[in-house]
Design a protein around this ligand. Structure first.
Ligand code: UDP
Ligand code: MG
Length: 326
């Protein structure tokens, strides 16, 4: 298989020995008929079962399969990031290894992408997971993410999505962030849409997550929201908070003075004095934090040569000042 693939399928695998064989069959059955060059990248995230042996055996007879094996379990997001880094395709489609996503949906996602989108997000309209511990927290998280990022798709958590590779090139993934890629991409100017996909119940192996993931997701949401809104101007957020707090402190101080002179309440006996000092100091701290964040952000952008803007295309230019997304 000499030609560079058009499609890279990226699959994070952690203890899925009962699923990988069927999965590879399903992928082949779904994608082979399209007649495109493709590769399937499995990232074994430190499985302690036979997942990798099985994959190795399958890959020995199939050059489309490429395998990466982690030294230990790093988590689904790092596994996906490794797959994205290794992917050579123009289009990248991540997929769960547990057969809950259905590779049959891949051709539809690709067709949608070709209509002129950069991200097509899978939407598990009929999600087959437990209601109270899985679906409810996920509904809340999705609503929160959609509201606070302004990217209104229904199902951030669904792994099955299609990305134009240029969109993923600049995304650095931390924490549980793989689910924020659509929001992230939209902030960078990508065209994002969604499409319902099939979802099956897990029939073999165990789910790796419980309720605690919700909290991690919400914390990550704060990070995304902050970086998206204030990533290049943190002082505007911290400084704004700082001014508000200082202002509140000064106001409380004035009330204390008023009460001293007109109502005869001794300032050192008035709890408002404490509050005034407290608020003012907090305000000063916030401004200082903002200045530090400004230093940090400069190091980040300049050490990595990261521009603070994204260009879609340029005309009559010899050389682009920043990488141009294709
Ligand atoms: N996974 C992984 N590393 C982990 C946890 C999960 O690579 O530490 C993989 C797992 O094998 C599966 C996908 O990520 O392919 C989604 O995991 P799971 O099905 O447990 O999540 P759920 O569908 O329950 O949200
Ligand atoms: Mg699953």
């Amino acid at each position: 298989m000499g030609a560079t693939p058009y499609l890279s399928i990226v699959i994070p695998v952690y203890n899925e020995e009962e699923n990988v064989r069927r999965l590879q069959e399903q992928v082949t059955a779904a994608v082979d008929p399209l007649g495109i060059e493709y590769e399937v990248i499995y990232v074994d995230d430190g499985s302690r079962d036979r997942s990798f042996e099985i994959l190795r055996e399958l890959a020995s007879g199939n050059p489309r399969m490429r395998l990466i094996r982690f030294r230990r379990n790093f988590g689904q997001t790092p596994a996906m990031a490794a797959g994205f880094d290794a992917a050579r395709g123009e289009v990248i489609v991540p997929l769960d290894a547990d057969l809950q996503n259905d590779p049959v949906d891949i051709p539809r996602l690709l067709a949608k992408l070709e209509e002129g989108y950069d991200v097509v997000s899978g939407w598990r309209q009929k999600r087959q997971d437990k209601g109270l511990t899985r679906r409810l927290p996920s509904m809340i998280a999705n609503a929160l993410i959609a509201r606070s990022t302004g990217v209104r798709i229904h199902d951030y958590g669904c792994t099955l999505k299609a990305y134009r590779a240029s969109v993923l090139k600049d995304v650095r993934l931390y924490g549980e962030m793989h689910r924020f890629i659509p929001a992230w991409a939209a902030l960078e100017g990508a065209r994002v849409t969604e499409m319902p996909v099939t979802h099956h119940p897990r029939t073999a192996g165990k789910s790796k997550y419980g309720l605690s993931r919700t909290f991690r997701v919400i914390l990550d949401l704060m990070v995304v929201r902050f970086l998206g809104g204030y990533g290049t101007k943190p002082i505007h957020l911290f400084g704004g908070m700082g001014f508000t707090l200082c202002g509140a402190g000064i106001l409380t101080g004035l009330i204390t003075l008023y009460q001293k002179f007109f109502e005869g309440i001794k300032a050192h006996r008035n709890p408002l004095l404490m509050l005034a000092v407290f608020l003012f100091l907090l305000g000063v701290q916030a401004i200082m934090l903002g200045l530090l964040a400004e230093l940090g952000i400069r190091t980040y952008h300049e050490s990595q040569g990261k521009p603070i803007y994204r260009i879609a295309e340029m005309v009559n230019f010899e050389k682009a000042p920043a990488p141009v997304d294709s």
